[in-house]
Ligand binder design. Structure first.
Ligand code: NDP
Ligand code: 2IT
Length: 449
């Protein structure tokens, strides 16, 4: 419940203006609940209409994406870019290609991205984009033609000093390659830092592929150490998803001594009590874009079950949701708690519903919210931009060390902010407050724009 009359008014405006944008409302409310704690000390926010400005994207573009499928039929998808906030740097955030993409989802993701990017300590604003295109089951040629058509329109809205997209669900190295090729062709300019997550041969950064999953584990390890005197060593871990974030979270959690026993995709989940063999997951998902079901056919002793929510019935010490938004509801959270978990850290964006977060926090679990826990991906994107500007590349170990430093720093910043504002241990409030402060100061300093 919001205390501040000003914040209540702002939230009311947000919900009445776009009543159908439920995911966006959810993301905004959580942030406003955090800001509620700092508002009494900051009358200037209301005086300058700062929060009203903060919840409204600076610009939203939607566009037609026509392309021709392999049968010669014309298909039309809808493309978007939400340029949410440029107070501390050019808009920065991923592109999602998934049939569920709509403005509510992209506004929630863009809004979260503002605070996440601020938490990294690097000069990047917040944005997000994508299309309701489903890359699943499409041929290489279809994906390439779609990406080319998408970029033919998007290119006029982006640039290394304007807006720098990257990957998200359904957009990985292959798509970024096609998008970059088309940008370069239309603009006739080798502007490497216009996209991140590029291939290593044409301006990509080492560690970017691994960064979100690795970063998630670095922050989680620090949280376990500082708040419970614990670590990944010897722990049982369940990770939802089997895409980019999930795969490299599993890799790092295992390297830190944990046993990952279950992973999933949108159809179902695999359970391997002996520990998931990641080379097989990589072979299935990266090697031939297969389904996790195949794992159970290949690994004796493992099992597969239909339905992606069932993964959370597998007992674990540490839960790392790395698939998609709102995958953990109140009931699921209660199961995770009942099974004795000690920590939940979000690799996906907003995977836990607000009621689920309340269940975790009330039960005394450590809970690391997405905007802090998964910031390693975008942080390494910013490091990719730095390397592109320098026309130079750091080694794997150099980037990895910077990533680790950033994640440890984020943990301490959000932990300290929670303490300073009277909610010790509440890393959700801590992340919202710590992320907001820098953006708010920049917006105030730049006047009414
Ligand atoms: P990928 O496309 O590589 O993988 C997504 C995974 O999640 C797949 O296993 C997919 O299964 C599963 N999934 C997608 N939608 C659903 C759904 N509706 N229900 C159940 N499972 C689903 O994406 P990423 O790994 O890049 O992204 C995963 C999450 O992490 C997203 O929330 C994203 O926003 C977030 N994130 C990503 C970052 C990055 O750098 N890539 C950075 C920070 C956050 P299937 O194959 O069946 O669709
Ligand atoms: O949600 C995210 O932070 C991402 N998808 C990564 C964004 C980026 O620009 O690297």
């Amino acid at each position: 419940m919001l205390q501040s009359a000003y914040l209540k008014r702002v939230y009311e405006q947000v919900t009445t203006r776009d009543p159908e944008q439920k995911e966006f409302h959810q993301a905004v409310l959580e942030v406003l609940e955090g800001l509620d704690r700092m508002l009494p000390q900051h009358p200037e926010y209301e005086k300058t209409g700062l929060i009203e400005r903060f919840v409204e994207p600076e610009r939203v573009v939607t566009f037609r994406v026509p392309w021709v499928d392999d049968a010669g039929a014309v298909r039309v998808n809808r493309g978007y870019r939400v340029q949410f906030n440029s107070a501390i740097g050019p808009y920065k955030g991923g592109l999602r290609f998934h049939p569920t993409v709509n403005l509510s989802i992209l506004k929630f993701l863009g809004f979260e991205q503002i605070l996440k990017n601020s938490l990294t300590g690097l000069p990047i604003g917040g944005g997000k984009g994508g299309a309701d295109f489903d890359p699943k089951g499409k041929s290489e040629g279809e994906v390439m033609r779609f990406c080319q058509s998408f970029m033919t329109e998007l290119q006029r809205h982006i640039g290394q000093f304007v807006d720098v997209p990257a990957g998200d669900i359904g957009v990985g190295g292959r798509e970024i390659g096609y998008l970059f090729g088309q940008y370069k062709r239309i603009r006739d300019s080798y502007e490497a830092a216009v996209l991140t997550g590029k291939g290593l041969d044409f301006g990509g950064s080492l560690v970017r592929t691994e960064a979100t999953g690795y970063g998630l584990c670095y922050l989680t390890e620090e949280m376990l150490k500082r708040m419970k005197g614990e670590s990944f060593m010897g722990k049982t871990v369940v990770i939802s998803g089997s895409g980019n974030v999930a795969t490299f979270a599993a890799e790092k959690a295992s390297a830190l001594g944990a046993k990952v026993v279950a992973m999933s995709d949108s159809n179902g989940f695999v359970h391997d009590p002996e520990g998931i063999k990641l080379d097989i997951i990589k072979d299935i998902k990266i090697g031939h874009r297969g389904r996790v079901k195949e794992y159970a056919d290949r690994v004796p002793g493992s099992s597969y079950a239909e339905g992606f929510r069932g993964i959370w019935t597998i007992p674990c010490d540490i839960a790392l949701p790395c698939a998609t938004q709102n995958e953990i509801d109140e009931e699921t959270a209660k199961i995770i708690v009942k099974n004795g978990a000690m920590a939940v850290a979000e690799g996906a964006n907003m995977p836990s519903r607000p009621e689920a977060i309340a269940v975790f926090q009330n039960a005394g679990l450590l809970f690391a919210p997405a905007k802090a826990a998964n910031a390693g991906g975008v942080a390494t994107s910013a490091l990719e931009m730095s390397q592109n500007s320098m026309r130079y590349g750091w080694s794997f170990d150099e980037v990895d060390a910077k990533l680790k430093g950033i994640m440890v720093n984020i943990f301490h910043n959000i932990h300290d902010a929670a303490e300073k504002y009277g909610v010790p241990g509440d890393l959700v409030a801590g992340a919202n407050i710590a992320g907001f402060q820098k953006v708010a100061n920049a917006m105030l300093a730049q006047g009414l724009v």
